[in-house]
Write a protein that binds this ligand. Structure first.
Ligand code: PHE
Length: 356
């Protein structure tokens, strides 16, 4: 064979080898390829042994050509072997990533604040009884927060609720305040509903949920701001037993069918008669325990709407009667979820919030 023929053959074999190597996908085929193209009987290897039969001046050319092809095939082989190893590794990792028996990765879920949870429950309970939500303002006038509710200027009952005043000058006897209770919503709701038909005002069934503010010494049971839920029903022939029935029903819906409500005579300027209401402790059922002390839990205030307040709202007290109640929403949430410190509510501590 001439040098030219040998070189041509080497070129052709090299090209075929590289093509074939692309189709090698496992170790067995890779070894077979190596035997064929780099083994004892391979064309490149044989080219070296044929050097002796060539004329001396042609030997270097063929020798160099054979060396170049051999080196190229070896590096192609190494590259392919490495690639096969890597893809085997990726495959085994892939199998692991798809192991459906492994436990899932935890995801952080958003959750509702306990205050929102209890408020939603209360809205549902009163919604079922036919009450609509009336939203009233947080910044009130002295007139609405006190005067129209039958707290005259300088009345000692104002001391029951330590008030935050807004620093707005020249308002005389009617300063702006942060509402100390949701009761001013009674006047606003009555006036709005009465205005629909002033000579024959329609009945009222509203609840007024919202934040109230008091200048309090903060402790486990007192915060400077908290949520109240006010209830108001006005109509013809409404009696105290309607009030008792409504609050007893709320107690049953919140704490179970055997829950009982109790009323204790009390005083509020805007109700007459007035009563504080308690719910029998869900833990000890009235015997007395660590949760309640004396067997009953104090929830809030209530009473029959005072004639002066009815008139201020646009309802003729000779024709209409009504009841009202108001209580702290956090207090219900504390009972419901066993929370023993009201300060947790607005601290935004995740360790607390994540329990709901
Ligand atoms: N507003 C009273 C308070 O905050 C509660 C109350 C509401 C009492 C309605 C009677 C009727 O203490």
């Amino acid at each position: 064979m001439s040098a030219a023929t040998i070189l041509q053959e080497l070129e052709a074999v090299s090209k075929a080898a590289v093509d074939e190597l692309k189709r090698v996908t496992n170790e067995e085929a890779l070894l077979a390829w190596r035997t064929t193209y780099l083994g004892k009987n391979a064309v490149v290897v044989k080219a070296f042994s044929s050097l002796g039969a060539l004329p001396t001046d042609e030997r270097p050319l063929v020798g160099q050509g054979a060396n170049r092809v051999k080196a190229a095939l070896e590096s192609a082989y190494n590259e392919r072997a490495q690639a096969l190893k890597e893809s085997a590794l990726i495959q085994s990792l892939g199998a692991q990533a798809l192991d459906v028996t492994l436990p899932g990765r935890p995801r952080n879920r958003g959750r509702l604040h306990p205050d929102t949870l209890i408020l939603r429950e209360l809205l549902q309970i009163f919604g079922d009884m036919g009450f609509q939500v009336f939203q009233s303002r947080e910044v009130e006038t002295d007139e609405y927060n006190f005067q129209l509710l039958n707290f005259p200027l300088g009345h000692p009952a104002r001391d029951m609720q330590d008030t935050y005043f807004l620093d707005v000058p020249n308002r005389g006897d009617n300063p702006l305040v942060l509402r100390t209770h949701t009761s001013p919503g009674q006047i606003r709701a009555m006036r709005e509903i009465a205005s629909l038909n002033p000579s024959n005002p329609p009945p009222v069934r509203v609840i007024v949920p919202g934040m109230v503010f008091r200048y309090e010494q903060v402790d486990v049971r007192h915060e400077t701001q908290f949520d109240q839920l006010e209830g108001l029903a006005i109509g013809e022939g409404i009696t105290f037993s309607d009030l008792k029935g409504t609050l007893t029903d709320m107690a049953r819906r919140l704490f179970g069918p055997s829950a009982r409500a109790r009323f204790r005579a009390s005083y509020f300027p805007f109700t007459e008669p007035s009563a504080e209401f308690d719910i029998q402790c869900f833990q000890c059922h009235g015997k007395g325990c660590g949760v309640c002390g004396g067997g009953w839990l104090e929830i809030g205030g209530s009473g029959m709407v005072h004639p002066v307040v009815l008139a201020n709202g646009g309802y003729d007290p000779a024709r209409y009667t009504g009841f009202a109640f108001g209580f702290g929403v956090q207090r219900i949430a504390m009972l419901r979820y066993g929370i023993n410190d009201i300060r947790y509510f607005w601290e935004n501590d995740l360790r607390f919030l994540e329990q709901f």
